[in-house]
Design a protein around this ligand. Structure first.
Ligand code: BDR
Ligand code: CA
Length: 336
């Protein structure tokens, strides 16, 4: 008997690669996209809502509720990524939808869907592809929703370098406090976490031939995808275009295509060059951990400069990906 589709909620800042992720989540028969929540990130939140509605329209997923969330990070000022996604967040291809967003806020919609899942004896996979402001607010306001979360698979962070800064990946850098809160809450609430960070995000690509094949299809989503692929190839002067956030949705569908290792992860929230960096603790010798713990005990938490405020979450960190397999999986959502 075939497995039932995986219930899924995306939190997005649409965004070219968020659009790729929405198309896969809306189209793949093994996924059931229950809701999409929006947050400021790549573009202002109202633009993100408009883009999300439009992309879901093109994908034929007009029934999926979309809610507006946080218009800015918890503490930091907002910074868009118009230099990558264009001023409209969709590379110049944003169009209005005749549909309206939910009257619920993002946090209220997330709560509603997760409590409904708990009531039905189900669990939903939560996939944040954006700054984690909405998710931090949700988990701190309504921790009881944890029972409805199968796991969190988030795009963000890095075990190597950054993109927004030399040290920090954009989604975490945009709202480091939120990312730190989400990891701490996941540790406290026993929510399993997978980090689909820059180490793998950069590697899954499609090319101009794929765009040409998509453009031929009598399918508005495929044609939008083709236009976005070519816009990104032209912007970066590359033969290929990353599917980006869509890879995190591939990870929900096909865990075998991802190589993960489990490490404690924290977020640097202090001002300075490393703000927003995900500190992936890859140390294997327990002697170093014991020595650190001794320092903390001896000197008090606050006086030990390497001791962060929040507990580390134990995270499955994606370090390897079968890029060809994930690219093919993404294209399969269009029948290519
Ligand atoms: C992340 O930042 C955004 O610009 C992309 O949509 C992706 O979620 C990559 O750092
Ligand atoms: Ca994104």
């Amino acid at each position: 008997m075939p497995n039932p589709p995986i219930p899924l909620i995306l939190d997005v800042d649409t965004g070219v690669d968020d659009a790729f992720a929405l198309m896969l989540a809306a189209r793949h028969p093994d996924l059931e996209l229950r809701a999409v929540t929006c947050v400021a990130g790549n573009a202002a939140v109202d633009q993100v809502v408009a883009n999300t509605l439009y992309v879901l329209d093109t994908a034929g997923a007009r029934e999926v509720p979309v809610a507006r969330g946080a218009a800015r990070p918890l503490l930091a000022p907002p910074h868009d990524a118009g230099h990558v996604h264009g001023p409209d967040g969709l590379g110049g291809f944003a169009r209005p939808s005749d549909r309206r967003a939910s009257s619920l806020s993002a946090v209220a919609l997330l709560r509603q869907e997760l409590l409904r899942a708990i009531g039905a004896g189900e669990k939903v996979t939560l996939v944040p592809l954006a700054p984690q402001t909405n998710i931090a607010l949700l988990l701190r306001t309504y921790p009881e929703v944890a029972g409805g979360i199968e796991r969190i698979v988030f795009m963000g962070g890095s075990a190597s370098g950054g993109n927004a800064t030399a040290a920090a990946e954009f989604n975490v850098w945009h709202d480091p406090e939120a990312a730190a809160i989400v990891l701490a809450a996941c540790a406290e609430l026993s929510i399993p976490v997978t980090m689909y960070g820059l180490d793998v995000f950069q590697r899954v690509t499609v090319d101009g031939d794929d765009a040409a094949r998509l453009r031929e299809l009598p399918d508005p989503a495929a044609q939008l995808a083709a236009a976005l692929i070519d816009q990104q190839r032209a912007l970066f002067g590359l033969e290929t275009c990353r599917i980006g956030d869509a890879g995190a949705v591939c990870a929900v569908l096909d865990a075998e295509g991802l190589g993960v290792e489990t490490f404690p992860v924290r977020v640097e929230v202090a001002p300075g060059l490393a703000r927003g960096q995900t500190i992936v603790d890859r140390r294997t010798w327990t002697g170093d951990h014991r020595a650190q713990a001794k320092h903390v005990q001896g000197q008090g938490m606050s006086s030990y400069s390497a001791t962060p405020a929040a507990p580390a979450a134990t995270v499955d960190v994606a370090l390897e990906v079968d890029a060809a397999r994930y690219a093919a999986l993404w294209l399969s959502a269009f029948g290519v």
